[in-house]
Design a protein around this ligand. Structure first.
Ligand code: ASP
Length: 583
């Protein structure tokens, strides 16, 4: 047996026990003959003391940081005055009897102390060292708890875990595919799955009425702090189930995950809001509901206004920024610039003041508004003296989006603060029209239109709601799902509207359409990103902090140097030849 105990788990009640521990030298201090070693393993740190009388002293003198040791010794209380209350094992130490060096270490390229900021490229190049840091240890262990909780929650609800292939034909998630050339069929390519979408729908036809998988998905998209090429999602699908069933099942999984990660945190009910209301109140389809400053409807107040900017527009919306009435001119000018940069014609700002005339609005444009209009704005926004009022106007959707972004700029807490889950339901089926008038699907093309709106599919497509729903946490989109089209006639209508010809549909998704001809059950599903969920639960803004071996923002891996060139022989076997590099 290599070891009997993990050092970090030792307690005062172990005093007197002989232990054998293995770990790394976190720190070594030579106090004139007595050598102190902070021995670190996955459970934490224990102080090992090598006394001058101990056999290990020669070894002790040679020890350097990050050497790997096997220490045999006896647990004892630290002498009075030398205890450390900041350390879990700060009351005890192990008096070494034997110290065996299992492995030596070169001097390490950066300190493993969490308090020291280290360049991310350097950390990733030596990720195996970086992973020894407390923060990475605790993030990845939290991640494992989340995975486990999610799996248990799904199993408890009767979901069956089924793996789907990595080398597939394309999936229609709308991102760019990663492709893998086929050696046996030169000139042909597999796609890596953007999601298990088509397979999970086939599983429904195959009679597995509740499927889930902690699935790896790959999308060749530009990377950001919250996006990697490859990411994990909890993917699920249910037959004979509607939106409500999927929302309930998924909510149980995310709540279980949150509780496993943060046992002390209050995880409230998972709320629900329609897409329309989310846009209206928060100006976003991923509303951050953790703070107020909601968008207020002011259109009716200005129905007969003389003020040009607010006259004859689709919408006038305002927000009230508490306590900012004294914001400097340069600050409010910056807000106006920001609004313009977001596409607004302008942004009206007014300071809320207590005047002889009661609570009123002050600003260079205030005089263009009637007193009735100004007072009505104050009332509608619930503004009090000391607040700053911001008003945007124009086309409704755009106005809401612009003000929604300004609301986030001004009031958003760090993404890691608090836990506010919310379902956004009743998305529009199409998010707009292409230049040649074809509708652009908001989700993938298998999303079922709202039953009440199907009649308007062709006549008024942009007004059609879909049976699609997103889950949002602290303003981050965690995932999306939908009730699927399982009736070939509706699917055909959608394909025709999208301009997907029968032939193209057949070549891309023919196998799914064929399967639907053999008794397809109504089904619905969802998927949420585990990396994002874990990042928020771990209090990290960057998902790379919760992934063992992530890619950098430029899509490379400084550790393995991927992506790398392949030699001509390998290319030849694949029937490929590279084009000369562009100058
Ligand atoms: N396949 C979708 C996605 O990965 C989720 C779903 O519709 O179930 O976003």
């Amino acid at each position: 047996m290599m070891r009997t105990h993990r050092g970090g788990e030792l307690k005062t009640s172990d005093v007197g026990t002989t232990v054998v521990m293995c770990g790394w030298v976190g720190n070594r201090r030579d106090h004139g003959g007595v050598i102190f070693v902070d021995l670190r393993d996955s459970s934490g740190i224990i102080q090992v003391v090598i006394d001058p009388s101990d056999e290990g002293l020669d070894v002790g003198r040679r020890l350097r940081n990050e050497w790997v040791l096997r220490v045999t010794g006896s647990v004892r209380e630290r002498p009075a005055g030398t205890t450390n209350d900041d350390m879990a094992t700060g009351q005890i130490e192990v008096g070494a009897v034997a110290v065996e060096v299992l492995s030596e270490s070169e001097p390490i390229p950066f300190p493993l102390d969490d308090r020291v900021e280290v360049d991310e490229n350097l950390r990733l190049r030596h990720r195996y060292l970086d992973l020894r840091r407390d923060a990475m240890q605790s993030n990845l262990r939290l991640r494992a708890r989340v995975n486990s909780a999610v799996r248990l929650a799904m199993e408890a609800q009767g979901f069956c875990e089924i793996e789907t292939p990595m080398l597939i034909a394309s999936t229609p998630e709308g991102a760019r595919d990663f492709v893998v050339p086929s050696r046996l069929k030169p000139g042909n390519f597999y796609a890596l799955p953007q999601s298990p979408q088509l397979f999970k729908q086939l599983l429904m036809v195959g009679g597995f009425d509740r499927y889930f998988q902690i699935a790896r998905c790959l999308r060749d998209e530009d990377l950001r702090a919250d996006r990697q090429f490859e990411f994990m999602q909890l993917d699920l699908e249910m037959s004979f189930a509607d939106q409500q069933d999927v929302i309930e099942a998924t909510s149980k999984a995310v709540v279980a995950a949150a509780k496993a990660a943060r046992p002390d945190a209050a995880v409230g009910e998972v709320g629900r809001i329609t897409w329309h209301e989310a846009m209206d109140r928060f100006g976003s389809d991923k509303p951050d509901i953790r703070f107020g400053m909601e968008l207020t409807e002011l259109t009716a107040i200005f129905s007969a206004t003389e003020f040009r900017a607010f006259a004859d527009v689709e919408a006038v919306k305002g927000i009230c920024v508490p306590g900012e009435a004294d914001a400097t001119r340069s600050k409010v000018d910056a807000l106006v610039d920001r609004a313009k940069q977001l596409g607004a014609a302008g942004l009206v700002w007014m300071r809320v003041r207590d005047t002889e005339n009661g609570v009123d609005l002050e600003s260079p444009v205030a005089k263009f508004l009637t007193e009735t209009e100004r007072k009505a704005v104050v009332v509608a926004l619930g503004a009090v003296p000391g607040d700053l009022v911001l008003i945007a106007s124009g086309e409704r959707h755009k106005t809401c989006q612009i003000l929604g972004q300004i609301r986030l700029d001004l009031g958003r807490p760090p993404v890691t603060e608090g836990l506010a889950f919310v379902w956004v339901v009743d998305f529009p089926l199409f998010e707009g029209l292409t230049d040649d008038g074809k509708p652009i699907p908001a989700h993938h093309p298998f999303t079922m239109p709202h039953a009440e709106d199907i009649d308007r599919l062709e006549s008024d497509p942009l007004s059609v709601r879909s049976q699609a729903y997103d889950l949002v946490l602290n303003g981050w989109e965690l995932g999306s799902g939908s009730v699927r089209i399982y009736r070939p006639d509706i699917q055909q209508r959608i394909f025709s509207m999208l301009g997907i010809e029968a032939e193209e549909a057949h070549s891309k998704f023919g196998f799914l359409l064929d399967a639907f001809a053999y008794g397809a059950p109504p089904h619905a599903g969802f998927a949420f990103g585990l990396d994002r969920l874990v990042a928020i639960l771990a209090g990290e803004e960057n998902i790379r902090e919760v992934i063992a071996f992530p890619k950098t923002q430029s899509g490379t891996d400084p550790l393995t140097n991927a992506p790398t060139a392949v030699d001509d022989k390998q290319l030849g076997e694949l029937g490929l030849r590279l084009l000369p590099k562009k100058a």
